[in-house]
Design a binder for this molecule. Sequence first.
Ligand SMILES: NC(=O)c1ccc[n+]([C@@H]2O[C@H](COP(=O)([O-])OP(=O)(O)OC[C@H]3O[C@@H](n4cnc5c(N)ncnc54)[C@H](O)[C@@H]3O)[C@@H](O)[C@H]2O)c1
Length: 354
Amino acid sequence: MSIRRNRPLRGAIVGFGNVAVEGHLPTWTADRHFAIQAICDADPARLAHAEQALPSARRYAVLDEMLEHERLDFVDVATPPASHPSIVQAIAEHNVHVLCEKPLALTTDACNKIRAASHQAGVVVFTVHNWKYAPIIRTAKRVLRRGELGPLTELRLDTLRTAPPGGAADADWRLDPSVAGGGVFVDHGWHALYLALHLLDATPVAITARLSQRKFTSTSAEDTAECTIEFPGAVATIFLTWAAEARSNSGSITGARGSLTLADRTLTVACPGREPTETAFAQPLSAGSYHADWFTAMVEDFREEILAPTTRGDNFREAETTSRLIELGYRSHAAGGVRVPFDEPLPPAEPSGD
Ligand SMILES: NC(=O)c1ccc[n+]([C@@H]2O[C@H](COP(=O)([O-])OP(=O)(O)OC[C@H]3O[C@@H](n4cnc5c(N)ncnc54)[C@H](O)[C@@H]3O)[C@@H](O)[C@H]2O)c1
C-alpha cells in the first residue's frame, strides 16, 4: 500500500479517553499531515464527548464496524493496555497501519502474533514512546552520542508518584491487572525500560525485579517496582512507585569519563577537570501525564514509517524488547527476585491479565 506524501493520512482513534483527548487530539487537529475521520469508544459518554471535541468525525461503539465502514490509513489505539494486542491485530488484519499507546503487549507470544499480522498485511505497528521526545531526554541523548561520558557503566531512573493516574472511563483500571496488564511496572515501567534501552543503546543481558505494595493494597497490582537490568558493561537500575510523598522524575547516567544527572527540569553534565554544565528546561519531566508536545514530535516518525517502508523496524524491536523485559521482570519477582537471563526460553504465555 503506497501513499502519496502530499495527502493527509486518514486516521481514526479507538479509545477516546484521557490520553486521546489531552495527549493526541491536539496533534491530530493541528498537523496537516493527518485527518481524523472517525472515533470509536465503547462508552456512550465518551462518544458524546467526541461529538463535541471533533464534530466532523464519524462515531462508532464497535471497532469492527468502524473498520468495515471507514477507508483508513491508520488507527490510533488509546484503550487500556490489556485490550491492545487483540485490537492491534484486528486493525492490522484490515491492512491498516497502527499507532498503539503503550504498552503494545506484555508477552513475547503476543508480540510474535502482532509481528506476524503486521508482516502479513505489510502495515506499520508503531508503539507510542513519547518520553524519548521530551526535550531534556533528547538533549541527554545528544550528550551521550557525542561520547563525552566515555563508555557508559551505570544508569538510574526514578519515577515517583503519589497515586496512579485516573482514567476517564473507570478511575480504577490502573489498579486492576486484568485491564492494566499489571501495576506500576507496566504503567510507568514501559517508559523507563525503553528509555534505558535508548540511553544505553545496548541489548539487555538479564533482569532482576522486586515488586511490592506500599500504599494501594486492595488489589493485586504492585504500586512499587525496583528492577536491575544488566547490559554488556553497564547496569540500569529502575525505581517506580505510586506510593511516594511527592511527584518527581530523576535519573543519572555514569560513564568512564563523566556523568549526567536528570533532576526533573535540570540536566547537569559533569566531567572531571571541567566546570559542570547545567541546562534548565521549561517543563519538568513529571509535569502532567499526557505530554501533547512530545507526541507531536513523535508522530513524524510514525508517518515516516508509513511513507518509507525502509525506515520500519526499530520502534517495533524496541517494543518487543520492552515487552519481554516486563514479562521476565514479573517472572523474576514471582521466583523471589532471581536474575532472569534475557534470552531465557519462554513457553507461550497466557494472555495478559489472566
Ligand atoms: N504515553 C503516555 O504518556 C500515556 C499517558 C497516559 C496514558 N497512556 C496510555 O494510554 C492508554 C489509555 O489511557 P487513558 O488514561 O487515556 O485511559 P482512559 O480510561 O481515560 O481511556 C480509555 C478509553 O478507552 C475506552 N475503551 C476501553 N475499551 C474499549 C474498547 N474495547 N473499544 C473501544 N473503546 C474502549 C474507554 O471507554 C475509555 O474512554 C493506556 O494504554 C495508557 O497506558 C499513555
